[in-house]
Design a protein around this ligand. Structure first.
Ligand code: SAM
Length: 212
């Protein structure tokens, strides 16, 4: 369903600088309309973030594509996502052949998305909790993607990156952020690139924002 809408969206992403064929193919394959509430289905293939309930959003497709491309992962890589939300980003990574671990802090969203993953046969290892402390048990990760805006780069996420791995995280104030793409070059050395102008809902947790 909605194949031609999806095709139009993917060609728009390609025109806007998304060149990784693995990312484009996965976003062509994953049906975004299955990850949004019923009333939002007519908007599922517009390049916009949409509300998913509980004051949260499914990220804009361009943002998903850009962040996923920035991870520069090879199929089979182990990747941690902070902020499962609708499950769309995790589904894209899964379709690309990654081993996906994902943490969500809101229990209603967590349970709803867990059910959707089961129904769609998407095998992602999920946990309910504060993702700012990462998931030490399964570390190191070749990629870590944070899909909520953070005031700082949580130290545990840097620790849990594999050497050569990348952490992609929006950092800034509650309303707008700069996307940081951080590569781990040694046990305690990193290089970072910054891409301005992103806007995410807040990352709430021990190393994130407080609830209010
Ligand atoms: N990746 C999601 C998707 O594909 O729909 C988009 C996620 S939404 C923009 C951000 C999510 O991060 C929300 O579901 C929110 O509850 C969650 N979140 C915020 N702080 C968190 C934290 N400390 N740990 C885990 N999840 C968190």
């Amino acid at each position: 369903m909605y194949e031609s809408e999806r095709k139009d969206l993917i060609s728009k992403l390609a025109k806007n600088g998304i060149t990784d064929p693995l990312v484009l193919k996965a976003m062509m394959d994953v049906e975004r309309h299955l990850f949004v509430p019923q009333v939002m289905i007519p908007h599922a293939y517009k390049d916009v973030a949409l509300p998913i309930g509980f004051s949260q959003t499914i990220s804009q497709p361009y943002t998903v594509a850009f962040m996923t491309q920035a991870l520069r992962l090879k199929p089979g890589a182990k990747v941690l996502e902070i902020g499962t939300g609708s499950g769309y980003q995790a589904a894209v990574l899964y379709k690309m052949g990654m081993r996906v671990y994902s943490i969500e802090r809101q229990s209603d969203i967590f349970l709803r998305t867990q059910k959707l993953f089961d129904e769609l046969g998407i095998r992602v290892v999920t946990r309910l909790g504060d993702g700012t402390i990462g998931w030490n048990e399964f570390s190191p990760f070749e990629g870590i993607i944070v899909t909520a805006g953070s005031p700082i780069v949580p130290v545990n996420l840097k620790k849990q990156l594999d050497k050569g791995g990348r952490l992609v995280i929006p950092v800034g104030d509650r309303k707008s952020q700069t996307l940081q793409i951080i590569t781990k070059t040694g046990d305690d050395s990193f290089i970072a690139e910054e891409v301005p102008k992103f806007a995410f809902v807040p990352l709430i947790g021990r190393e994130g924002w407080s609830q209010k």
